[in-house]
Every structure is written in C-alpha cells, then in structure tokens.
Design a protein around this ligand. Structure first.
Ligand SMILES: [Zn+2]
Length: 49
C-alpha cells in the first residue's frame, strides 16, 4: 500500500505524492511537505483509516 508522510505533522496518510491522500489532502500543491513513507498509516480521517 502506498503511503505518504506529511512532514510538518509526521502524520502518515494513504495515498501517493502527486495526487491526493485518501482523506482528501492535495499532495501536489506543496511537494516539500510530503514524502513517501513505508510506515503504518496514522491518519484517522475517513479514507485513510
Ligand atoms: Zn489521511
């Protein structure tokens, strides 16, 4: 499963860079805020959990 980490919050979301997370964050507008992650999803919003 693809996951991305939101660097400023250390929250891990389901999704990929260059699109949107499963909970609806846009990962294309601030690319520096996102990095590919292989950690467990920590976001509890609908779509990610
Ligand atoms: Zn999320």
């Amino acid at each position: 499963m693809m996951a991305v980490k939101h660097v400023s919050t250390s929250e891990v979301h389901k999704g990929q860079i260059g699109g949107a997370t499963a909970c609806g964050f846009d990962t294309t507008s601030k690319l520096a805020d996102w990095e590919v992650s292989f950690e467990k999803i920590t976001c509890l919003k609908n779509g990610c959990k």
